[in-house]
Design a protein around this ligand. Sequence first.
Ligand SMILES: Cc1cc2nc3c(=O)[nH]c(=O)nc-3n(C[C@H](O)[C@H](O)[C@H](O)COP(=O)(O)OP(=O)(O)OC[C@H]3O[C@@H](n4cnc5c(N)ncnc54)[C@H](O)[C@@H]3O)c2cc1C
Ligand SMILES: NC(=O)c1ccc[n+]([C@@H]2O[C@H](COP(=O)([O-])OP(=O)(O)OC[C@H]3O[C@@H](n4cnc5c(N)ncnc54)[C@H](OP(=O)(O)O)[C@@H]3O)[C@@H](O)[C@H]2O)c1
Length: 510
Amino acid sequence: MNAILPPGLGPAPVPLIPESAPFSAAQRAWLNGFLAGLYGGAAAAANASPAPPPPPAEEFPWHDPSLDLDERLKLAEGQALPRRLMAAMAQLDCGQCGYVCQSYGEALASGAETSTALCVPGAKATQKALKGLLAEAPAAAPKPAAMPPAAKVGREIRFVAAHRLTGPGSAKDVRHVVLDLADSGLAYEPGDSLSIAAENDPALVEAVLAVLGATEDAALREELARRRDIARPLDRTLDLLAGAARHPPHAGALRALADGEDGAEPGDADLLDLLTAFPSSRPPIADLVTSLPLLKPRLYSIASSPIACPGRVELCVGVVRAERRGRLRDGVASCHLAFRADPSVPLSASVQTSHFRLPSDPATPVLMIGPGTGIAPFRAFLQHREAMGAKGRSWLFFGDQRAATDFLFAEEIGAWQAKGTLSRLSLAWSRDGRDKVYVQHRMAEAAADLWRWLQDGAHLYVCGDASRMAKDVDAALRGIAMSEGGMSADQARDWIVALARQGRYQRDVY
Ligand SMILES: Cc1cc2nc3c(=O)[nH]c(=O)nc-3n(C[C@H](O)[C@H](O)[C@H](O)COP(=O)(O)OP(=O)(O)OC[C@H]3O[C@@H](n4cnc5c(N)ncnc54)[C@H](O)[C@@H]3O)c2cc1C
Ligand SMILES: NC(=O)c1ccc[n+]([C@@H]2O[C@H](COP(=O)([O-])OP(=O)(O)OC[C@H]3O[C@@H](n4cnc5c(N)ncnc54)[C@H](OP(=O)(O)O)[C@@H]3O)[C@@H](O)[C@H]2O)c1
């Protein structure tokens, strides 16, 4: 675990501004970061910009997807309602709600947005917290519905292939998706994400049309296939269905669902579940359709370098498919890409520019932590560094369930190691042995080396699961700062905040 090196053998601890010094927490964190940078050695010094920008005027300490909902709400206590609402969001700025976390909170607080069910990654827990916060607050004057920020106009790109990366017998179906940028004019850099607008499964759309008795309605078919989210009905759809139900037990059950009552059935219902379970509820079709949320594009971390793969963009996509109540529930975009995409039908896509960036100096060491599909941007980084002939050291931490079936991009990673593009590889297989081994266990085992890399100015990147992995990796990093850097828990937290401010700790988590 986090062995403490004997005095004199480890790197000199980074000096820290004492808690008693006359600085605010933000100033202390910034100064600590500055010292960490200075003590980070030549590479860090070379990378440090001469005049670091001042801290932003308003800070959102809860804007961190690896914090628990409770922690986020606590950090926002005493703030104005829009900020407390913002803290209840999943903090991913993923755009699935049609806003980013900050503007969704503002729209709800002002009354311009009335649906609390739009935060997909935050799911029911966020919805419940939003409802609670809004119930406590004095009612806002109702405003006309806000226009969510204009969605980027998608350009037409072409699907090429979706090869399976996981081997036979794997519990997962992960695909290497290759797309042709064609004449789209889209450009990207390693670290960016691709936003894809996929259609609903035509078979599911047909089933909904059949239960509505509207299989002849071509305009409705088009609307349900391309523009409406039929997987996650909003409160307003449930309200509408509850109001239209002619059978009182149906109305009661729908009301319980609309009110988010614990145990209300059918849980996680999609539109087809609701129409099937409550045949006495058939509101006018036009009202039903407009009550449904708009179908949002999905984001994927780009797994290719534009230099290594000119004219193409490649992704690493985990197929979302689960059985519920005897029916397969397919993720819209992942299943479209894996099973239905057709090279002759254009896909609508746009590039989401990211903060997730390789260091400007290719000599700067990079530490990449990306289990599962979190490997995606690191494949892009390694391709890019190979193509650029980057000389800096690189260390990848990867893991998944089993070495035999889940080592994504194993051949390419082996070739990068052989060539020296990848200097060090740490692997964590969670289901091969008796005990779970995760990337953060490998980090702790190599704590002294990892700390030395950071002292040498390494940039550290984390990609993948936000709710568990990114949080545990953050805690492991804090543990390493304490064991190897001799810091207290508070100092380690400040040090991490400062590292992030310097752009040396970046996360792309979902
Ligand atoms: C910045 C960013 C980068 C991302 N990068 C990647 C990436 O590189 N690779 C990647 O695979 N994904 C990535 N994602 C996630 C991706 O955007 C989609 O959310 C994901 O593919 C699911 O979309 P879908 O349309 O297939 O499923 P949806 O239609 O959105 O989901 C269908 C249903 O399945 C449920 N569901 C969702 N996940 C699961 C699950 N794991 N198991 C069971 N049910 C589930 C949902 O709650 C929903 O009810 C990223 C997300 C963000 C925000
Ligand atoms: N937003 C969405 O709609 C969406 C869609 C797809 C995926 N996701 C999420 O994105 C994540 C990535 O999915 P994925 O299938 O590529 O990989 P994953 O589920 O993160 O699994 C990759 C590896 O991480 C391990 N792991 C589990 N808990 C961990 C922890 N606390 N710390 C470190 N490692 C841990 C897993 O082990 P074990 O499983 O053996 O414990 C597995 O070995 C998933 O969590 C998934 O829920 C979200």
